[in-house]
Write a protein that binds this ligand. Structure first.
Ligand code: DGP
Length: 113
């Protein structure tokens, strides 16, 4: 989608450093980190939110979770981490391109705000 910031990032148009890339996804560090490790993992395909996922995306979502697991190992998050997907306005979603936050490196509190 031409006016989507994450589509532009995934296309390499923003000069964002990728910490992981394959044919389906890219991962990069969040511009406003809320934890020592704060990585965003996004599909290259434009999907506005988790609410628009279909059965056809099942493989993609499974793949994203495999990528997250590998990134967590690479970042030495041996004590645990959190995967967050904000969906919709009340869910706190601000960028309308599906993304998963990988958070770690400190004790994360529950419940979130
Ligand atoms: P969410 O609230 O779940 O939609 O999170 C969107 C996140 O995206 C937010 O933590 C900030 C991050 N973000 C927004 N624009 C950019 C950008 O241009 N570069 C990077 N690295 N992160 C961005």
């Amino acid at each position: 989608m031409s006016d989507c910031i994450f589509c532009k990032i995934a296309a390499g148009e923003m000069g964002t450093e990728f910490i992981y890339e394959d044919d389906q996804v890219v991962a990069f560090r969040d511009i406003n980190p809320v934890a020592p490790v704060h990585i965003l993992v996004i599909p290259k395909k434009h999907i506005p939110s988790a609410n628009e996922l279909t059965e056809a995306d099942n493989q993609l979502i499974g793949h994203i979770f495999q990528v997250i697991k590998k990134l967590a190992q690479k970042e030495n998050l041996n004590q645990g981490y959190r995967i967050v997907n904000n969906c919709g306005r009340e869910g706190g979603q601000t960028v309308h391109h599906l993304h998963f936050h990988l958070l770690g490196g400190r004790n994360l509190q529950w419940p979130p705000g």
